[in-house]
Design a protein around this ligand. Structure first.
Ligand code: NDP
Length: 480
């Protein structure tokens, strides 16, 4: 059985209390390894390593930092097959998805920030007539904490740690205990790439133990977190009295708004993907579908037909959906399917478990489409984060904007229309951090990424991330 060790000060080390938790393969429903169950003592050890590495790393030239990040990117690419298999086994996602999206994107994150740091600059302001010149230093913060979720494990982990180290910080990072494997494998790559010891420390364990120790640490000055809204709220409450810098990327309940004038074929194909990619476990999935009345009946028929063609099965095979991430998560999703029926919803397709031959203990669910009677019902308001979407018709722009914005979340929205005026009008009205028009999950890494309302605080991506991971210090010089 594999043992997932911490990576502290450039060494793989067992947890100080020698306690372990089971690592479960969700597509087979069996324990296949053990994970370090780290405690406050392990976090302190990681912090000390990061602290010791800071003065040298923050003074390392931009060129050298960039060179190491680019090398990490190359090595991730070189180990694509191994990392993709590990991701698929740990998470339940189709191997094809891990190979085409998760791992290439993790490599792209390191490459992007390895290049971005060479272009990062700060401002200068001349106060004309006052004989003063201001320039702004952008200095690394020190030791920072990065905490990531299970749905896109290496992809989201690298999205945080790459800008953090590029900007000259040193890091204590914790991947989700549910999917720790690829972050563990990254340790070997960091060593091979020549990242100095202590710059990036990866500590495994549960949220309430290892995660909590990071957010409570008085000298970890910034926390970059991606995960659920409730956890984000807890982190904000804990960190606020210590005045930590916080970036919180939280849950979503994203609207997918379809007007009758859209490119129908393109919309239908993309909507199947935006509903069920990664078993619906992407924070950006469009989980509430609103369709303009004249198109509603046709869309409903065609969408159901397309969804019924999706193949659910073992992630190492040619499938569209693999397993959901855990037994507890499957139970949560099923409870919402049950609730939908109690709330007067109609299950148009799906709703049941799938038994996969040879892997009967795996956590498989059918892609599920539920027609809901009103936008306020709980299945239409709460994040399910699984292969479940709701469907509703609308008649006017005003009506659909009220539906779209009538949730506590505000991460992303997708709009399908060929009307330019409407595109601009509704893009401004949507209460989300991201709007996709006639596309979905189309990411340029330079653009700001994040949500409003209960979907988070702050933005990641591009220079926004480098700004988050640096402190701005203004220097004002008077001259004669
Ligand atoms: P959780 O909030 O449960 O966990 C996220 C991370 O926080 C995990 O590493 C978890 O550890 C850790 N954690 C839990 N409790 C604490 C604590 N007290 N202190 C510090 N860390 C803690 O989210 P999930 O992993 O379930 O991820 C799914 C959620 O993430 C969904 O709501 C989804 O919408 C959101 N998400 C948001 C994205 C965005 O960009 N806005 C992108 C992707 C997902 P452990 O798991 O080991 O307990």
């Amino acid at each position: 059985m594999s043992k997932i060790l911490n990576y502290i000060n450039g060494e793989f080390t067992p947890p100080l209390k020698n306690e372990w938790i089971d690592n479960v393969n969700p597509s087979e429903g069996r324990v296949y390894g053990q994970i370090a169950n780290s405690t406050v003592e392990d976090i302190e050890k990681a912090y000390q390593a990061a602290k010791a590495a800071f003065s040298s790393w923050s003074a390392t030239t931009i060129e050298e930092r960039s060179r190491i990040l680019l090398k990490i990117a190359d090595l991730i690419e070189a180990h694509l097959d191994r990392l993709a298999e590990a991701e698929s086994m740990d998470n339940g996602k189709p191997l094809s998805l891990a190979k085409s999206v998760d791992i290439p994107r993790a490599s792209a994150n390191f490459r992007f920030f390895g290049n971005a740091i060479t272009q990062f600059s700060s401002d200068a302001h001349e106060s004309v007539g006052l004989n003063t010149l201001n320039f702004t230093l952008r200095q690394p913060i020190g030791v920072v904490g990065c905490i990531s979720p299970w749905n896109l494990p290496l992809y989201l982990f690298s999205w945080k740690v790459a800008p953090a180290i590029a900007a000259g910080n040193t890091v204590v990072a914790k991947p989700s205990e549910v999917t720790p494997m690829t972050a563990f494998l990254l340790g070997e790559i960091l060593t091979e790439a020549g990242l100095p010891k202590g710059v990036l420390n990866i500590v495994h364990g549960t949220g309430p133990s290892a995660g909590q120790a990071i957010i409570e640490h008085p000298n970890i000055k910034a926390i970059s977190f991606t995960g659920g809204t409730q956890t984000g709220e807890h982190i904000a409450r804990t960190a606020a009295p210590m005045f930590k810098k916080l970036s919180l990327e939280l849950g979503g309940k994203n609207p997918n708004i379809i007007f009758a004038d859209c490119n129908y074929a393109q919309m239908l194909k993309t909507t199947v993907r935006s509903s069920f990619a990664n078993q619906g476990q992407i924070c950006l999935c469009g989980s509430r579908i609103f369709v303009e009345k004249p198109l509603y009946a046709k869309f409903k028929t065609d969408f159901i037909a397309e969804v019924q063609k999706l193949k659910v099965g073992h992630p190492m095979e040619e499938v569209n959906l693999g397993a959901v991430v855990s037994e507890a998560h499957r139970d949560k999703i099923e409870s919402y399917i049950q609730l939908a029926q109690e709330e007067g919803g109609t299950i148009l397709t799906g709703g049941k478990r799938v038994t996969v031959k040879g892997y009967e203990n795996g956590y498989y669910l059918e892609p599920t489409v539920i027609e809901v009677p009103d936008a306020q019902c709980r299945v239409n308001q709460e994040e399910i984060f699984g292969p479940v979407v709701t469907l509703m018709p609308f008649e006017t722009e005003e009506e659909v904007m009220a539906y779209a914005n009538g949730v506590k979340y505000g991460l992303s929205a997708t709009l399908w229309t060929s009307n330019l005026d409407r595109t601009l009008r509704l893009s401004k009205q949507l209460e989300t951090g991201i709007v996709w028009v006639n596309t979905w999950l189309n990411r340029d890494l330079r653009t700001p990424f994040g949500g409003v309302k209960a979907s988070g605080v702050g933005r990641e991506g591009g220079f926004e991330a480098l700004r988050f991971f640096t402190e701005a210090k203004n220097v004002c010089i008077k001259y004669e």
